[in-house]
Design a protein around this ligand. Structure first.
Ligand code: HEC
Ligand code: HEC
Length: 265
């Protein structure tokens, strides 16, 4: 009889631990689970987005996102939410005009407003949605996988963006931007939506796993201090110049040494 009590108490403790663990799991899950919106909330968001779009975007893109082909304004009927998130949160849109390449400026919309316009544009047709972190954030990649990212970047991107992602000039006054400050989300979105002169890299060609490798490669080259002296990262010109100055210096010292030796002899 005296042995039963501790046993029951132990069971009680176990039940309590189990309940507590389940409770904790539920809390953790609620924290991580994607926020699901009700249909009503969705409709409300799209309506809000349509209003914002009418005020800020429709003058060029048309209220139904049909675009203005003769002015070079693209239709937004099948660009998806990702294109809006990319263009507006990098400050490219609303563009100041229809002629020059839209350059990144300060985004004056709140995250909710951007999401609302993205939801409205997404409702017009198809196209990539706004990605989740697990689609673009690299974590725990091996050195080999990051090297693969470098390989992918050199094959697909460096022709325009330079091998370190520091950007470059393209014909017709177009610039391929520096990618050193670009967020991983915007790398994903740019690849999937192909802004301006940039081609689209669809998931069939470069799956999300490879986008993460590219992101990891870009993070690595940006974190890397340049080997030896930092010569301003200006490339072969400045490095060649320094080699030349140092080389000449050595020759001059050598010449002085020979002359003093010769004078003594
Ligand atoms: C044909 C040239 C070209 C190629 C190839 C190319 N890009 Fe681009 N990329 C551009 C141009 C031009 C822009 C600027 C678009 C604009 O006008 O808004 C751009 C913009 C971007 C941006 C937005 C940067 C920012 O901070 O706003 C990212 C990110 C990007 N490219 C990544 C890539 C990656 C990754 C690849 C390879 C998978 C790639 N690009 C291949 C030309 C190119
Ligand atoms: C002054 C005219 C103008 C205004 C206003 C404007 N846009 Fe644009 N938009 C353009 C032009 C021109 C392009 C093509 C840019 C390029 O070639 O890089 C474009 C491109 C885009 C794209 C990329 C489409 C694609 O094919 O990937 C999106 C998305 C977009 N705009 C959304 C918006 C949104 C959202 C607003 C309002 C917040 C807006 N734009 C306001 C002129 C405008």
């Amino acid at each position: 009889m005296s042995e039963r009590k501790p046993l029951r108490r132990r069971r009680g403790t176990r039940a309590f631990v189990l309940a507590a663990t389940l409770g904790l799991l539920a809390v953790v899950y609620a924290g991580f689970a994607p926020a699901t919106r009700s249909l009503a909330e969705n409709t409300e968001q799209i309506t809000q987005g349509k209003d914002l779009f009418a005020t800020n975007c429709a003058s060029c893109h048309g209220l139904g996102g049909e675009g203005l082909a003769e002015e070079g304004v693209p239709a937004l009927t099948n660009v998806g939410a990702a294109a809006v998130e990319f263009q507006v949160s990098t400050g490219r849109m609303p563009a100041p005009n229809t002629v020059s390449q839209p350059v990144p400026r300060e985004n004056t919309f709140t995250a909710d407003e951007v999401a609302a316009m993205a939801a409205y544009v997404a409702s017009l047709g198809t196209g990539p949605g706004i990605p989740n972190e697990d689609q673009y954030l690299p974590s725990g990649l091996t050195a080999e996988e990051i090297a693969e990212g470098g390989e992918l970047f050199r094959t697909n991107c460096s022709a325009c963006h330079n091998f370190k992602g520091s950007g470059g000039a393209l014909p017709n006054g177009v610039t391929a931007p520096n990618l050193q400050e670009t967020s991983p989300q915007h790398v994903w979105e740019a690849m999937r939506t192909g802004p301006g002169q940039m081609p689209v890299f669809a998931s069939g060609a470069i799956p999300d796993a490879d986008v993460k490798k590219i992101v990891a490669y870009l993070e690595q080259v940006n974190a890397q201090p340049s080997a030896g002296f930092n010569l301003g990262g200006l490339g072969p010109v400045s490095e060649g110049l320094w080699a030349w100055i140092a080389g000449i210096g050595v020759l001059v010292l050598f010449a002085i040494w020979i002359t003093t030796k010769g004078a003594r002899a």
